[in-house]
Ligand binder design. Structure first.
Ligand code: AMP
Ligand code: ZN
Ligand code: FE
Ligand code: FE
Length: 284
């Protein structure tokens, strides 16, 4: 039985509602799932309120955008996952609110940059795509595709929205140590997300990062991820075992905003064993 511990709902930049994700997980016979939206747990709260299907184990989750520790240069996305967090934890909710605010301030600036580049779109139009969810770059990318300014969401990122591209705008993030402490204090398990996307130069540097983060309270490593080449997955498994970290995995499902990725199975051959869920659950 497979599981999926990395899923975005429409509370952030996924396109399925939390109840739709739960139903799909049951239909696909996934043994366990976690909803891990960017900087929000509204989707988790909605899922709990809706009711979890009896055949699916549900872990609360979040994916926090953090600043890497000093001396670690990570050009890619630096994200920390938190599993089994108490959704009502006041400190967690407070910090997530600050991060949501940072996103709200960032979006008009991205739109302004795009406008200056001759790309005619408005925040209002992006909002229509995002619905009530937390607006992110994938929503802007989708609108750019709809309006013919990009061939695909990836193309919009590669040419405009990714870090280092002309419409990129940075946003406030919490420190790594702060993100890790916050998750631990909310009763959760902090996990370094998709190490491959950090684009860390070397194995040695990645190991140093893991050691540094473990000293801050890190408990796990996302070893299985659709973009991880097999030899990298093997390295992450080795590092997790060596440093006594839990192993997790998930598809990073975003519905129609990442159409190539399916819930549970990624690009088709992706599989995360149920044992990962059991080990996590055991530590909560
Ligand atoms: P944001 O929340 O605005 O920082 O956007 C983060 C989301 O954008 C992540 O969920 C990724 O799936 C997506 N993303 C980030 N970089 C890229 C990229 N280069 N190509 C496609 N999607 C990306
Ligand atoms: Zn996302
Ligand atoms: Fe991520
Ligand atoms: Fe994600």
């Amino acid at each position: 039985m497979g599981i999926d511990l990395h899923i975005h709902s429409n509370a952030s930049d996924g396109t399925l509602t939390p109840p739709e994700i739960l139903s799909l997980a049951a239909k696909l016979q996934l043994g366990a799932i976690a909803i891990t939206d960017h900087d929000t747990i509204d989707g988790v709260k909605q899922a709990l309120q809706f009711g979890i299907p009896p055949s699916v184990q549900f872990l609360t989750g979040v994916e926090i955008s953090a600043t890497p520790p000093p001396l670690f240069h990570c050009p890619g996305s630096f994200h920390i996952l938190g599993y089994g967090i108490r959704p009502e934890d006041p400190a967690l909710n407070h910090t997530l609110f600050q991060l949501q605010d940072a996103r709200r301030n960032r979006n008009p600036r991205i739109i302004e940059r795009l406008n200056n580049l001759g790309i005619d779109l408005t925040l209002e139009q992006v909002r229509q795509i995002a619905g009530d969810g937390l607006l992110g770059r994938p929503h802007i990318a989708r609108l750019m595709v709809q309006k013919g300014f990009a061939d695909s969401i990836n193309d919009a990122f590669d040419n405009y929205l990714a870090k280092g591209k002309p419409a990129y705008v940075d946003k406030f993030r919490v420190d790594t140590s702060q993100a890790i402490s916050l998750i631990n204090a909310a009763g959760g398990i902090p996990v370094l997300a998709h190490p491959y996307l950090l684009e860390s130069e070397s194995e040695k540097k990645l190991e140093e990062l893991i050691v540094t983060m473990k000293a801050m309270g890190l408990k796990g490593l996302e070893v299985y991820y659709p973009d991880h080449p097999p030899e990298h997955t093997a390295l992450y498994v080795r590092l997790a075992k060596k440093h006594d970290l839990l192993m997790t995995g998930g598809s990073d499902f975003h519905g129609a905003l990442k159409p190539e990725i399916q819930l549970g199975t990624g690009r088709g051959d992706f599989f995360v064993p149920y044992a990962f869920y059991e080990e996590l659950q055991h530590q909560l």
